[in-house]
Ligand binder design. Structure first.
Ligand code: 6PG
Length: 463
C-alpha cells in the first residue's frame, strides 16, 4: 500500500497527529529514529493500524509514500529539524514537500524557506497539545500557496472545526508566517495562564480561599464571558486532589514554571518590532521569577510575604480578568500587524482570530467576537472596535480596583497591572516622552520635535 503522506517523529505530538491522519482515512507512512518506537506505535494503533505503514529506515519510509511526496516532521525544534532535513534531502525529488510541524522559531523557518533545498518546504504551527493533535488541532501554516494547497485536504480533515464548521487550518503567508503566528499564540497562552495564576494567587493568599473553592469559581466563570479552555482546565486543576494523600493537587505542585521558550521568543521579537506586548512580557518575566525558588524563599524570610486581607469581591476579579484578556489580545494583534508590515507577509488578522477559535490552547468564546471585530476593520486596534470598547469601558474600573488592591496589600499581579498601565498610557495623548526627549537632547544633542512648529530642534541646555 502506498501511503498518501508520511510523518517522522513518533513522540507524543507526532503519534497523536499520525493517528488523527490515519483516522481521517489517509494512509500514512511513519518513521522514528528508534525502530522499537515505530513498532510499538503500529501495534498500539488498533483499528487504525491498517492505515499506518510502519517503516524502519528512511529509504523504506520515502519509498512507502506516493509521489509527489508530502512528509510531516514532528521532531524537536532547532538542530534536529535541520539534521532530519539533511538526511531526507538526498532521497527526495524536487516536487516532494517537507512540512515542519514542530514549534520552530520562525526565524529558522524563514531561513529554511530560503535555503533552496532540492524539495519544497512548508512551516506549520500546530496547537492543542496531545489531545488537539489527536482529535483536531489548530493549524497555522506558512510557505508557498501551491504547497499549502497540495496538503490542505489532509490538514482541513484533521484540524479542529469551529462552531460554524470551518476547519481551523489556515495558510498565514509566506516563509515563517505560520510559525510566527504560532509564537504569538504561545505568548498569549503564557499571558492567559499568568492572569489566571494571578487571580488564583490573590484568592489563595489574599482571600484565604481553598483550591476547591477557587476551582468552583473558575468553573462558574467558564459559563460566562471568560469561557475558554484555559479557564476550564484551571478549574479542573484547582479541584483535583492528590492520589498520594488526598490534598488538593495545587497544594503539592512546586511553584516553579517550566518553559520551552516560545513565549520568550515572542517577547524578544516584540522588542525587535517595537510592538508593545507588556502583558505577554510580564507573563514571561513571571515564569523566570518563579524559577528562582531558592532566592524567593530567602527574600520571604527577610521581608515577609503579603498578608491576607485582599478585600475584593470575586465578581470584580472576573471583570478584571475580562479587561486584562482584551488588553492582552489587543497587544498581540498589534504585534502581528507590526510583523506583517516588517516581513511583508499580509497576515490575515481576522483569519488568525478564526483559526484560534477551536483546537488550540487559547481557544475561547471571546475569539468569536474578536474575529468579527477584526473582520469589520483589521487595521483598527481591537479595543477601539465598538463591541470591545464598550467591554473595556465596563470592565476597566474592576481591573483598576483589583490591581490597586493588589499593590496596596502586596500581592503581585504583574500581567494584569501591565495591561492596565498600557491602557493608561495608550489613552493619554499627551504623554511624558517630552521629558525623555529633553534628557536625550541635553546629554547627547539628539534633537526633538516641537509642538509649536518652530524649527529649533535643540534646547538651551548649554546656555
Ligand atoms: C500548544 C502549546 C504547545 C507548547 C506547550 C509548552 O499550542 O499546543 O503552545 O505548543 O509547546 O504548551 O509550552 P511551554 O513549555 O513553553 O510552556
Amino acid at each position: 500500500q502506498q501511503a498518501q503522506i508520511g510523518l517522522i517523529g513518533l513522540g507524543t505530538m507526532g503519534s497523536a497527529l499520525a493517528l488523527n491522519i490515519a483516522e481521517k482515512g489517509f494512509p500514512i507512512a511513519v518513521y522514528n529514529r528508534t525502530t522499537q518506537v515505530t513498532r510499538d506505535f503500529h501495534q498500539e494503533a488498533g483499528d487504525l493500524a491498517g492505515n499506518v505503514v510502519p517503516t524502519e529506515s528512511l529509504e523504506e519510509f520515502v519509498n512507502a509514500i506516493a509521489t509527489p511526496r508530502a512528509i510531516i516532521l514532528m521532531v524537536p525544534a532547532g538542530t534536529p529539524v535541520d539534521q532530519q532535513i539533511e538526511a531526507l534531502e538526498p532521497l527526495l525529488s524536487p516536487e516532494d514537500l517537507v512540512i515542519d510541524a514542530g514549534n520552530a522559531d520562525f526565524h529558522d523557518t524563514n531561513r529554511r524557506a530560503n535555503t533552496g533545498y532540492k524539495m519544497q518546504f512548508l512551516g506549520m504551527g500546530v496547537s492543542g497539545g496531545e489531545e488537539g493533535a489527536r482529535h483536531g488541532p489548530s493549524i497555522m501554516g506558512g510557505g508557498r500557496q501551491a504547497d499549502w494547497d497540495r496538503v490542505s485536504d489532509v490538514l482541513n480533515a484533521i484540524a479542529a472545526k469551529a462552531e460554524d464548521g470551518t476547519p481551523c487550518a489556515t495558510r498565514m503567508g509566506e516563509e515563517g508566517a505560520g510559525h510566527f503566528v504560532k509564537a504569538v499564540h504561545n505568548g498569549i497562552e503564557y499571558a492567559d495562564m499568568q492572569m489566571i495564576a494571578e487571580i488564583y494567587g490573590v484568592m489563595r493568599d489574599g482571600m484565604g480561599l481553598s483550591a476547591a473553592q477557587i476551582g468552583d469559581t473558575f468553573a462558574t466563570w467558564n459559563e460566562g464571558p471568560l469561557q475558554s479552555y484555559l479557564v476550564e482546565i484551571s478549574g479542573k486543576v484547582a479541584k483535583a486532589t492528590d492520589p498520594h494523600g488526598g490534598k488538593p493537587m495545587l497544594d503539592v505542585i512546586l511553584d516553579k514554571a517550566g518553559q520551552k521558550g516560545t513565549g520568550r521568543w515572542t517577547a524578544i521579537e516584540a522588542q525587535h518590532l517595537a510592538a508593545p506586548i507588556p502583558v505577554i512580557e510580564a507573563a514571561v518575566m513571571a515564569r523566570n521569577v518563579s524559577a528562582r525558588l531558592e532566592e524567593r524563599r530567602v527574600m520571604q524570610d527577610r521581608f515577609g510575604a503579603a498578608p491576607q486581607g485582599f478585600d475584593i469581591d470575586s465578581t470584580v476579579l472576573e471583570k478584571a480578568m475580562i479587561a486584562g484578556k482584551i488588553l492582552c489580545y489587543a497587544q498581540g494583534f498589534t504585534m502581528i500587524s507590526a510583523a506583517s508590515e516588517k516581513f511583508g507577509w499580509s497576515l490575515p488578522l481576522p483569519e488568525i482570530a478564526r483559526v484560534w477559535r477551536a483546537g488550540c490552547i487559547i481557544r475561547s468564546s471571546m475569539l468569536n467576537d474578536m474575529a468579527e471585530a477584526l473582520t469589520e476593520d483589521a487595521e483598527r486596534n481591537l479595543i477601539l472596535a465598538p463591541f470591545f470598547a464598550n467591554l473595556i469601558e465596563e470592565n476597566i474600573p474592576a481591573l483598576r480596583q483589583a490591581v490597586a488592591e493588589g499593590i496596596a496589600k502586596g500581592h503581585p499581579m504583574p500581567a494584569l497591572a501591565s495591561g492596565l498601565n498600557w491602557f493608561d498610557m495608550m489613552r493619554t495623548a499627551r504623554g511624558t516622552a517630552n521629558m525623555i526627549q529633553g534628557q536625550r537632547d541635553f546629554f547627547g544633542m539628539h534633537g526633538f520635535e516641537r509642538l509649536d512648529g518652530i524649527a529649533d530642534a535643540h534646547g538651551p541646555w548649554g546656555a
